[in-house]
Design a protein around this ligand. Structure first.
Ligand SMILES: [Zn+2]
Length: 402
């Protein structure tokens, strides 16, 4: 026999499944929901009544009937409530209000003013406070989602380690919840991005995903069987700090030969600079830069590759060689179904993607050669906010709104 607690949980689960069905299949009738998910029509009716009371679902129009009364159709209302996303990077704090489909309603970008430690935490709190004091419907806020580089223990809500911002062991979830009394989630940014690729992007059909982003560092997020791989302390997916050259370049993590020091933008930049000085004459990039090193940007690097610039092509080969080593190792360890690459040097760079695909395919065990599936990110310019949104929405849509 079911105890009261179990019964309540069952009802919540049913409501959650019904809400998700309306969200994904709507407009849909009550009887079609019952048939589709094999739940009794009475259960569907009472759950739908509650969802309508909560305004997340509304009646809209009628469907066709095979005789008898035409059924009323139900739709999900993504604008019934909203969420707040906060993305922290070394240079910016971005904050947005989004609806329940991750559409941005209002956004602000703030400089971090190169603050670190307590100063940056206080700045984040001030930015959130100013953002929400302008709102008169704070009761409709479903939650705040904060994403940041570094190691995050998302279940405890602790930012354990972010060396660039000098943040160590900060109970950020608790701090924000106590100040604003709004449920708060905190996650590592690349973990959030892999969730967003799966939730919003083109990769919802996959359950095993590896996401790699190349910028000032190298970040990665791993999803296994539809769940983010976190590890014991939340540090899983530190692909940038896997060793690829024993005794190689010194890394800020204390180790030597970590991947990120060979493939991140600062590494590519310094290779371009030193090559320009020694044998750059006559190359496309040399002519573009004309001695002004500040003109060397990821976009110019990508353009130089397209122009067939020999200097940049050689640097790309080195980057591809190192990155493919790490990807091959990871494929053999985790067997992902898709590998998603993002970052400015990947953006709009089919040449790079093609090179990495073939280098990886050469290195994997024979039965995986045909299966190598490396794709560019599908999230677009608002990837940070979609990441923050995915952290909340993935969890929210497992259970119904309180
Ligand atoms: Zn390292």
């Amino acid at each position: 026999m079911l105890r009261t607690g179990d019964l309540k949980l069952m009802q919540e689960l049913n409501r959650s499944i019904i809400l998700n069905t309306i969200r994904k299949k709507g407009p849909i009738s009550r009887s079609d929901i019952a048939k589709l998910i094999n739940i009794s029509p009475t259960t569907v009716t009472s759950a739908v009544n509650e969802l309508i009371n909560q305004r997340v679902v509304y009646e809209d129009g009628v469907g066709s009937s095979s005789g008898g009364r035409k059924p009323v159709l139900l739709r999900f209302d993504p604008n019934s409530r909203y969420i707040i996303g906060v993305s922290i990077s070394n240079s910016f704090i971005k904050i947005s209000e989004m609806n329940l489909e991750g559409a941005i309603i209002k956004r602000e970008v703030h400089s971090t003013h190169q603050y670190q430690g307590n100063e940056i935490i206080n700045l984040i709190l001030t930015i959130i406070e100013q953002f929400i004091t302008s709102k008169d419907n704070i009761d409709l806020c479903e939650g705040i989602s904060i994403i940041t580089p570094g190691i995050v223990d998302s279940s405890k809500g602790i930012l354990s380690y972010n060396s660039k911002l000098k943040l160590y062991n900060i109970a950020l979830k608790q701090i924000v919840e106590e100040k604003f009394n709004i449920q708060t989630h905190i996650d590592n940014d690349t973990n959030a991005f892999v969730q967003a690729e799966n939730y919003f992007g083109s990769f919802s059909q996959y359950k095993d995903l590896l996401y790699i982003t190349i910028g000032d560092g190298v970040g990665s997020g791993v999803m296994i069987n539809g769940k983010t791989l976190r590890g014991y302390k939340g540090s899983a997916g530190e692909l940038g700090h896997t060793t690829i050259v024993r005794g190689g370049l010194k890394c800020e993590c204390g180790n030597e030969g970590c991947l990120e020091n060979y493939v991140n933008w600062p590494a590519i930049y310094s290779k371009i600079v030193s090559s320009l000085l020694t044998r750059g004459k006559g190359t496309f990039i040399h002519d573009q830069v004309k001695g002004d090193l500040s003109k060397i940007t990821p976009a110019l690097f990508v353009q130089a590759l397209k122009e067939g610039d020999v200097l940049c092509l050689r640097i790309m080969d080195e980057v591809v060689s190192h990155l493919s080593t790490s990807i091959i190792n990871t494929i053999h360890l985790l067997n992902p179904e898709v590998i998603i690459l993002s970052g400015e040097i990947i953006q709009d760079n089919e040449l790079f993607l093609g090179a990495i695909r073939s280098k990886v395919a050469q290195g994997v065990i024979p039965i995986l050669k045909e299966e190598v599936n490396i794709q560019p990110t599908s999230l677009g310019a608002d990837f940070e906010m979609l990441g923050a949104a995915a952290v909340i929405l993935q969890e929210k849509f497992q259970f119904v709104f309180q």
